[in-house]
Design a protein around this ligand. Structure first.
Ligand SMILES: [Ca+2]
Length: 172
């Protein structure tokens, strides 16, 4: 067994001496010691475990940071409500707007989405859309984050009360 390992290490060493670069992409599952490269030390680790058996299930660490927000809104005629969130450290945001009331009237709200760049007092408008009670009732939109904060406003342009729900989901 030790002779086989020694032979394997010697063989791998000679291969690494011949060529230390490869056109193959880096595969983290082959980086046994997890130091960011695949070199002779990984091969030695692997050779040392040659012939062992066991359960192939692996522990995986998932780093996944999320932020969630959910709120019901009530808007009197021709009124608006604005929301603002810090987006630092997040990559993508999904916005959900649902119009629940009035049920029997063809009501609507306009939604305007902006991202703010740090140090700037202007918020370039990213998107504008309308949620119509009778047509789409709810709208989902996903954006790549392009600023240090994000704001959106919900405007009720009608002559009657409107209510619904907004939800926001940010991921890294
Ligand atoms: Ca390594």
């Amino acid at each position: 067994m030790k002779k086989a390992i020694l032979f394997l290490v010697t063989l791998l060493s000679s291969l690494f001496l011949v060529s230390t670069t490869t056109s193959s992409p880096y595969d983290p599952w082959c980086d046994i010691d997890g130091d960011g490269d695949i070199d002779i030390y990984d091969a030695v680790d692997l050779a040392g475990k040659y012939g062992t058996t066991g359960n192939p299930a692996r522990n995986v660490t998932i780093i996944h940071n999320t932020y969630e927000f959910l709120e019901d809104f009530n808007l009197t005629e021709h009124s608006a409500h604005s929301y603002r969130f810090t987006t630092k450290g997040y990559r993508q945001v999904t916005l959900y707007v649902f119009l629940s009331y009035p049920v029997l009237q063809d009501t609507k709200v306009h939604v305007s989405v902006s991202f703010w760049i740090e140090g700037s007092n202007r918020a370039p408008t990213m998107d504008v859309f309308t949620v119509l009670r009778f047509q789409n009732a709810s709208v989902w939109r996903t954006y790549d984050i392009k600023g240090s904060s994000m704001s959106f406003s919900v405007l009720n342009p009608t002559d009657h009360f409107a209510s619904g729900r907004v939800a926001l989901y940010m991921t890294t």
